[in-house]
Design a protein around this ligand. Structure first.
Ligand code: G
Ligand code: MN
Length: 420
């Protein structure tokens, strides 16, 4: 729903907000600006480590609140948008002044404001911070992933902000067209995962594994990871399971005029209690599900060593639900005998045969890079199981159970694939 357009955006925008009346609010081009702060928690430290400043505006003419998105849309001309961004930044610094010295203040800034000549210079930002008694290291500049420009001016400004001592955060990562190139380019200290990531991960085990892998990939890129938009107990547990560093969302605390870092501690404790109770049993459940597959691949290796054929040796493994095929590899990861398939088939299941026909012939294949191969090498004679992955043999998600064993003085690795 949109209210009638406010006539004031057409008025020339002042270069900086006039601080009127209470120091907690300011005025800009016909609007009263105020700041709300939403707490950000470190799951590991078990406490608030920062707040995100969020703009709240009311029309001076009507007294009606204007949602931030609508306000920014009203100022969507280049210069006026930069003016509003700048006013919001100064508003937040003024409202935050004198508050938590040991916490981060996350500030949303449009890249255009940082790159534009009308935007604040680094000197002005440094002066504004000093005027409010804030250290640059307290400030995290958030830029939306979707708005990142390919612009040398912007990149230079980011470098200057870092030199000043500020941190940089990539906001709404994982929404729409996410691109790791942006992570490589911006090198953010903190990546904020868009709410859509937790929403999907809460209800779907596959999405949860992807979220968890995304977190480790971002960690590997040198970023800390914040999960945004957590609204439920399930979301908080998901964040813990995915090993994210920081969380933010209504479940822990809503945006409010003051800092309310203590309010989410109860939710934090509840999430950790659930983690302590449930994560070990979630893992155990997976291990228990895997146990018959591991036992039957162990049995198959014993039977093979005793002279059985692949078909005989692997019969029990291949009778397990979802089991598809077994293959025997040498120390170079090359297949040494014909694969054994479920129901004694001598070929791959038909459903994938047509579209993935170019991958069908595996006679020259080398599988020694795979997790099942390396895992089995690392712990000989003990059955290993991989996490679910995409197999090249049949285009489906599977897990592989594997074991390294000796057969007549030769070291071999027996593997069994099963679909989920
Ligand atoms: O993406 P960004 O960092 O700008 O997120 C901040 C916005 O998200 C704010 O508008 C805030 O009110 C909103 N927000 C914060 N927590 C939640 C949440 O748990 N659920 C939803 N739907 N929105 C949230
Ligand atoms: Mn943000």
């Amino acid at each position: 729903m949109t209210s009638a357009p406010d006539p004031t955006p057409d008025a020339p925008a002042p270069a900086s907000p006039r601080v009127a009346g209470s120091p907690a609010t300011s005025e800009y081009a016909g609007y009263r600006l105020a700041s709300h702060f939403q707490p950000i928690y470190s799951l590991t430290h078990h406490r608030a480590v920062g707040h995100e400043a969020l703009l709240r505006a009311t029309s001076l003419a009507t007294g009606a609140p204007v949602p931030p998105m609508e306000l920014f849309a009203r100022f969507d001309g280049d210069d006026t948008r930069v003016g509003l961004d700048c006013a919001a930044l100064l508003q937040h610094l003024a409202a935050y002044a004198g508050k938590e010295a040991d916490e981060w203040l996350f500030l949303n800034v449009h890249p255009r404001s940082l790159a534009s000549l009308e935007g604040p210079t680094i000197r002005e930002i440094a002066d504004a911070l000093a005027a409010h008694g804030l250290r640059p290291g307290q400030v995290v500049i958030e830029v939306l992933e979707s708005t990142l420009p390919d612009d040398a001016g912007f990149d230079r400004r980011i470098d200057e902000l870092r030199e000043l001592g500020c941190l940089v955060s990539l906001d709404d990562f994982g929404a729409g067209h996410s691109n790791f190139d942006r992570v490589f380019g911006l090198r953010p200290e903190i990546v904020k995962l868009d709410r859509s990531v937790v929403v999907r991960a809460e209800v779907d085990a596959h999405a949860r594994r992807i979220a968890s892998q995304m977190v480790s990939l971002l960690h590997e890129c040198g970023c800390l990871v914040l999960m945004e938009g957590i609204e439920t107990d399930e979301g908080a547990y998901t964040a813990l399971r995915c090993d994210v560093d920081f969380v933010q969302g209504y479940h822990f605390g809503r945006p409010a005029p003051g800092l309310a870092g203590g309010a989410g501690l109860h939710a934090l404790r509840a999430a950790w209690d659930r983690y302590d109770r449930q994560s070990a049993s979630d893992d155990r459940l997976w291990q228990e599900q895997m146990s018959p597959y591991k036992q039957s691949i162990e049995l198959a290796s014993v039977l093979l060593a005793g002279g059985a054929t692949m078909e005989e040796a692997c019969r029990r493994f291949l009778s397990q639900p979802g089991a598809a095929m077994c293959y025997l590899l040498d120390k170079q990861g090359r297949q040494v005998v014909t694969n054994a398939f479920r129901d004694g088939q001598s070929h791959q299941p038909m459903e994938s045969a047509e579209r993935f026909a170019p991958l069908r012939d595996t006679r020259q294949a080398r599988w020694s890079r795979r997790a099942y191969f390396r895992g089995a090498e690392a712990q000989p004679n003990i059955a290993q199981v991989t996490r679910p992955y995409m197999t090249l043999q049949g285009w489906r998600m599977c897990f592989t159970v594997s074991i390294q064993f000796d057969m007549g003085g030769r070291t071999l690795i027996l593997c069994g694939d099963a679909s989920l």
